[in-house]
Design a binder for this molecule. Structure first.
Ligand SMILES: Nc1ncnc2c1ncn2[C@@H]1O[C@H](COP(=O)(O)OP(=O)(O)O)[C@@H](O)[C@H]1O
Ligand SMILES: O=P(O)(O)OC[C@H]1O[C@](O)(COP(=O)(O)O)[C@@H](O)[C@@H]1O
Ligand SMILES: [Mg+2]
Length: 504
């Protein structure tokens, strides 16, 4: 018997005389590249005639096929009742926005699995296990936060403390102050549900954070000296590399210590996981800055607004903030090189938009055009304490370049407004979505550590929370792929130049 999506049988559906399932079989290629016997199920309203080619029920599958086969629950199509409708080539074929997208058009075999497919890499599902490897009264846990700030860090701290206490009866939890170096150079603070009760309403981290100072031997010595047996480490790609080193040392010394990483990054640059916590909040906060820029430039003649957002190597914040706002004329990210002069360049685009609309708003990720700036200012490369390259202020640089360009030969009198809200978007408390997300991450980490996993990171993969080997998230950086659809969607939404090649 074929099951309709609501669980009722085909017979029952037909009896209702409201809708029927028509079906046909065809051989197609699924998204994993295999040929499959695809059964199409089309929900067709009864008053429409069922197409001859889709009403052939001679291949009606058995119950057995139904359990194991590939089922497509299709949506209605106009040709179901207007079979002779003509078709035309899609103009997007010639669109600049989609010029380098790998597959501009979705093929009829491109389908979305309702649930995770069975092939390929899988990770352990996060969550409580039947057996735990720690007696709650013997757990001595610690939490440390490292790297840059991000909305939601305090929520994660709170939920680890409450999760350990409320779910597992753990009472002994320490906060390591000031990042990795705090293990060996600072005092610890006691963390109880009462102490952390309100901290999710504040931005920042109550434990403080730092860059640099990762000394694996000293840290693990300290873990041993203090009798710590669960280590919760909240931080970005650098921090997770540090967590991997701590775990290796724990393993080498054969310590009964669970090391759990909770990935944190405002830039959303951590690989494997769907999205990092705080990112949504940052995008939301960025709207205020973009809105301010728009209000300012709309209210003057030839207003040019520039908003600089975070994003060292990955332009996700700028891309999503642009897509959300609709007031942005052009978004510049590290992954997509741009140029200023000549045909198809930024100056030409600004001039055009000023002529059309009287104002223009540019959103700029801090890592955009770095190679360009450092060449032009002959900058000496500097690094922070963690070894991250310090960026040159592209915002200031671009502002000056645009001003100079329009002032030369009195081309056009422009009104420049530069807004730099970079720290403001990461210093705010997390929004409702991120608060929930942080809670799931913290609880997953607690369940994983109690279940005896060690050297793991938590995070959602394909919408399900999972335990991921730490090196998996540190071996690559998540960047905006220009060949994916999201960047094409942005280009289509702003109608900005693609800067793919110098046209002159
Ligand atoms: N390769 C590494 N091995 C060990 N520790 C590292 C490594 N990279 C960074 N760290 C440590 O991780 C912490 C945070 O790293 P950083 O890059 O500043 O921030 P984030 O974790 O947000 O990327 C710092 O204390 C730094 O010393
Ligand atoms: O000035 P700080 O605090 O070192 O942080 C600046 C950097 O931190 C970030 O917000 C995030 O970086 P991390 O993920 O490495 O913490 C970057 O976008 C930015 O370049
Ligand atoms: Mg980092």
């Amino acid at each position: 018997m074929i099951k309709a999506p609501n669980g009722s049988t085909k017979g029952q559906e037909a009896e209702k005389k409201e809708r029927v399932w028509s079906e046909t079989r065809l051989v197609g290629v699924s998204n994993n590249g295999k040929f499959n016997d695809i059964r199409w199920k089309s929900l067709i309203t009864c008053c429409y005639p069922i197409r001859a080619q889709t009403s052939n029920l001679s291949n009606t599958p058995t119950d057995e096929d139904d359990d194991e086969g590939f089922v497509l629950e299709d949506v209605p199509h106009l040709t179901n009742f207007l079979p002779d409708l003509p078709t035309y080539p899609n103009p997007l074929e010639y669109s600049q926005a989609y010029a380098i997208v790998k597959n501009t058009f979705v093929s009829s075999e491109d389908v979305v699995a309702h649930q995770a497919v069975q092939e390929g890499v899988h990770f352990r599902r996060a969550g409580p296990r039947e057996k735990v490897y720690f007696k709650p009264e013997e757990v001595r846990a610690c939490i440390v936060t490292c790297g840059g700030l991000c909305p939601g860090i305090n929520t994660v701290i709170r939920e680890i403390v409450c999760g350990l206490n409320f779910m597992y009866g753990v009472n002994n939890i320490l906060g390591i102050e000031g990042g990795y170096r705090g293990f060996y150079s600072r005092n610890t603070m006691e963390l109880t549900p009462k102490i952390v009760n309100d901290i999710h309403k504040r931005g920042g981290t109550i434990l403080q954070t730092s860059r640099g100072g990762h000394d694996t031997t000293k840290i693990v010595d300290n873990i041993q000296d203090r009798g710590i047996n669960q280590v919760y480490i909240i931080g970005g790609d650098g921090t997770q590399k540090g967590a991997a080193a701590i775990y290796k040392e724990v393993e080498r010394r054969r310590l009964h210590v669970a090391v759990a990483g909770i990935p944190k990054t405002i830039d959303n640059d951590i690989a494997v996981i769907d999205k990092s916590f705080g990112f949504d909040t940052a995008v939301e906060e960025a709207q205020r800055a973009i809105n301010a820029a728009h209000v300012e430039v709309e209210s003057v003649e030839n207003g040019v607004g520039i908003v600089k957002l975070m994003g060292r190597y990955s332009g996700f914040i700028a891309m999503f903030a642009t897509l959300a706002s609709r007031d942005v004329d052009c978004c510049l990210i590290p992954e997509s090189p741009f140029y200023l002069e000549g045909q198809g360049g930024l100056f030409e685009f600004i001039q055009q938009r000023l002529k059309e609309n009287g104002h223009v708003v540019i959103v700029l990720a801090e890592g955009a055009g770095q190679e360009y700036v450092s060449d032009s200012v002959n900058a000496v490369e500097e690094r922070d304490a963690s070894g991250n390259k310090l960026l040159i202020d592209i915002g200031q640089w671009l502002t000056q370049k645009i001003k100079n360009h329009f002032a030369t030969d009195k081309k056009m009198a422009i009104n420049m407004k530069y807004i730099d809200p970079t720290y403001m978007i990461r210093a705010v408390p997390s929004n409702a979505y991120d608060n929930i997300y942080c809670t799931l991450l913290a609880q997953s980490a607690v369940h994983g550590a109690m279940a005896g996993f060690s050297g793991f990171t938590v995070g959602p993969v394909n919408s399900r929370h999972a335990y991921i080997p730490i090196q998996r998230v540190t071996e690559a950086t998540n960047v905006v792929k220009l060949t994916d659809r999201m960047w094409a969607r942005l280009l289509a939404s702003t109608n900005q130049p693609t800067f793919l090649e110098k046209l002159e």
